[in-house]
Design a protein around this ligand. Structure first.
Ligand SMILES: [Zn+2]
Length: 510
């Protein structure tokens, strides 16, 4: 430890020497010496006064000899030494007392509605951290000094916005030695009480409901923003990843709730049919509900206990172009060629089921694919199996999840308040599809598919692709009582029947 400390001091001294030589060179240039002009061509006054290290890279060749003649280590030696030290990072090796004296990232993990854990990345040579909090319409107050990179606030109110500011407290000995030279460095300062503070960083925490369910058209753009906010407020227990793009270049999101490294997983797919965007509102609400209750119980059982073992991969909008067409018309398609072709297809935008190429994505999968229909009309299969980007991306995601323990899949559609769980007795996924079906029936009290015949029939459909091609148990739930798109007024009823459903399905495999 002591050895490293000495070398760091040596490094600082080396910097001072380099900076001093640079100043000399720079002064010469200013006085009109053309021989030094090339050295400082890229340097500005700012670089000299506030970022001595940056300047060293420009003058290194000029001053190496001088540094070598002094009794300190060369920059190279010190860098090698520090990079081998376990706590160091590249940034801190370069400039231990400047840029690196700031917390890189701050994270929030809300626990229910009244508690949040604030955590952050560690700062090299920080001995601890000062935590400041700003309550609504108040100024920052120092609330804690912590040694760990973590602060728990159990007194936040739902519906309010807070700010947290983290200031590292630097190693006093090392910093004091350095301060003689680095006093011009604005990245930290010695306060009246002798505490050497690093740079501050802050984060805003909006402790409020994220997914809005009170309006008819929950758009792709809203979903995108909500996914980002959920990831911000629930760091560590939710992750989003764009696993593909739609034909009109919108993102396809896989939002993973729970431990992303769990050995088991469940997949949920919504809005594969354009006008069925109510299912995006339902699944996005489920994501928020499970995250909000992650550290408490649902059905009397710990949510984290389940989701640490089996994570849930939500694809809340499998057909974002189609949803956008149904909500905002053909003109919302950005690609000129696609847009022009769409306008010549049969069918009204509001009632749209297909993607932006007029293909019914739930007829496009590579199981019992059969070419049929007319582009733009309900049920058009596409020219061949997996012809669409959305189909390819989801098929690929399923394959990847399957290799990592995918146990089952829930497909959300509208409408009819009915569940499809039919499967051939000989199928490998038979037993668990039946179990999933039973849980869904008991939870929602929706109609049994037996009442209307065998399964969500059709060629190239996703549920059958899951069950027969991928051997993944799978059910389909049709929410909403009447009318497509399902009116917002039905959300409350749908929600009360479905909010726990996906978690209960996951628990079948826990
Ligand atoms: Zn559908």
């Amino acid at each position: 430890m002591m050895k490293r400390f000495k070398r760091i001091v040596a490094l600082v001294i080396a910097f001072a020497i380099i900076a001093t030589s640079f100043n000399m060179v720079y002064a010469e240039e200013a006085s009109g010496d053309s021989s030094a002009a090339k050295v400082s061509a890229d340097a500005s006054d700012d670089a000299v006064s506030s970022d001595a290290y940056k300047a060293t890279s420009e003058v290194k060749t000029e001053v190496t000899t001088e540094v070598m003649t002094t009794e300190v280590l060369t920059t190279e030696d010190v860098n090698t030494d520090i990079s081998s030290a376990e706590a160091s990072t590249d940034a801190s090796a370069d400039a231990p007392f400047s840029e690196a004296s700031k917390v890189d990232s701050i994270y929030l993990t809300a626990h229910g509605k009244t508690k949040v854990v604030v955590s952050w990345t560690s700062v090299y040579q920080a001995t601890g951290y000062l935590v400041y909090k700003k309550a609504p319409s108040a100024s920052y107050k120092l609330v804690s000094f912590v040694y760990e990179c973590k602060y728990t606030d159990s007194s936040v109110k739902y519906g309010k916005t807070y700010e947290y500011k983290i200031v590292p407290v630097m190693d006093t000995n090392a910093s004091m030695e350095a301060s003689a030279d680095a006093s011009r460095d604005a990245s930290y300062y010695v306060s009246g009480d002798g505490i050497i503070k690093g740079l501050e960083n802050s984060i805003t925490f909006k402790n409020a409901k994220i997914v809005a369910t009170g309006h008819q058209k929950y758009t792709y753009t809203e979903m995108k923003g909500d996914i980002a906010l959920l990831c911000k407020n629930y760091h560590g227990i939710v992750k989003s990843h764009v696993f593909g793009k739609s034909e009109d270049n919108r993102n396809l999101y896989d939002v993973t709730v729970g431990n992303p490294n769990a050995k088991k997983s469940l997949m949920v797919v919504a809005s594969i049919h354009a006008r069925e965007y109510m299912t995006t509102v339902v699944t996005m609400s489920q994501i928020e509900y499970y995250l909000q209750n992650y550290y408490s119980k649902i059905d009397g059982k710990s949510v984290s206990g389940t989701l640490d073992n089996i994570c849930i991969h939500f694809v809340p909008m499998a057909n974002p172009d189609g949803v956008t067409i149904s909500q905002s018309g053909f003109n919302s398609i950005r690609n000129k060629t696609l847009r022009a072709k769409l306008k010549k297809m049969p069918g009204y935008s509001r009632q749209w089921k297909s993607n932006a190429r007029g293909v019914d994505l739930n007829r496009n999968y590579a199981y019992k694919f059969r070419r049929r229909g007319i582009r733009g009309q309900e049920g058009y299969s596409g020219a061949k199996a997996s012809s669409e980007k959305e189909t390819k991306a989801i098929s690929k995601l399923i394959t990847s999840l399957k290799s990592k323990g995918l146990k089952g899949a829930v497909n959300y559609h509208t409408m009819g308040s009915i569940i499809f769980g039919g499967i051939k007795k000989s199928a490998a996924a038979y037993k668990n599809t039946k179990r999933m079906y039973k849980v869904a029936k008991n939870t929602t009290k929706y109609l049994a598919s037996e009442a209307v015949g065998y399964g969500s029939s059709g060629y190239g459909n996703l549920r059958e692709y899951f069950m027969y091609t991928k051997k993944v148990p799978s059910i389909t739930i049709e929410v909403g009582r009447y009318c497509n798109p399902v009116p917002q007024s039905q959300f409350k009823g749908i929600w009360s029947k479905n909010k726990k459903l996906v978690l209960r399905e996951a628990r079948l495999f826990d």
